[in-house]
Design a protein around this ligand. Sequence first.
Ligand code: PBG
Length: 325
Amino acid sequence: MIKRPRHTRINATIRRMVRETSLSVDDLIYPLFVKHGRGEREPIASMVGHYRVSTDELMKEAQEVWSLGIPAIILFGIPQRKDEMGREAYSRDGVVQRAVAAVKERIPELLVITDVCLCQYTDHGHCGIIKDNQVDNDATLEVLSHVALSHAEVGADFVAPSDMMDGRVRAIRETLESEGFKDTGILAYAVKYASSFYGPFREAADSAPKFGDRKSYQMDAANAREAIKEALLDVEEGADIIMVKPALAYLDIIHRVRSRIELPVAAYSVSGEYAMVKAADQKGWIEGEKVMMEILLSIKRAGADLILTYFAKEGARILRDHEDL
Ligand code: PBG
């Protein structure tokens, strides 16, 4: 006799009942770029709807995010000055440190995650300290620990090292413990590929390397088993949440990591993924909102618990209004 899988697709009600994966506002984390000054809201050309904002404008964003029900933001800083050590990254009155303090004072329940890296802050644009034209892993660990500590001191809930140096999660965990910040969590960019999908972000954050590339520390796109090696190391070193980045071209990696790791898994749907959808939508070539929801759902279906996405506000609005996209 004929088998009829269409029975469970025949109308919206049954589709709703048998749906295997669901997207929730609780899954979303919104990235924001913060700069010095007052009243600043500078559009990012390649990321329509995103801005470099000063702290006062950031507060408006944070209020909006929180009122949409989005539980968390991740902050990226645009410093005033860059130098070879990335000093503003761990300065007490650095751009991120001030922003974190402001958000935690006004909206204490909004979870604030900080990106811990040096590339925006160094004059050479690499994610670590340069010695003999190479990124020096162990010298970088010390600086990254200072950065993480400076974020914890102003109230960051989670620090998120994105540099891909070996041993950074352990170094940061040890520093946080010994300085009394036992409650600060670590969201590790554990599985981060050397990806061309970061292009718009590097424009937004002015963080492209001035020489060479990031291939000696970020992962080779061809490697999947290595993702498990990186994820297991970060678990052992004390990470609380494991991140895979980018998301869309790495759904298989999200799936593999999910099946091997017991911790929550986050996926970063990066700037290039956002920009492609926006650009095609503006040209009228795709229905941007529907494509957005399909992509977010695919990341969830692959196994991510959490999604860092520039679409978080738009996605949250659609989920709130129960539009069946
Ligand atoms: C910093 C960092 C990058 C991104 C997040 N943190 C850029 C990079 O590694 O070059 C990319 C995020 C995005 O593209 O949205 N190291």
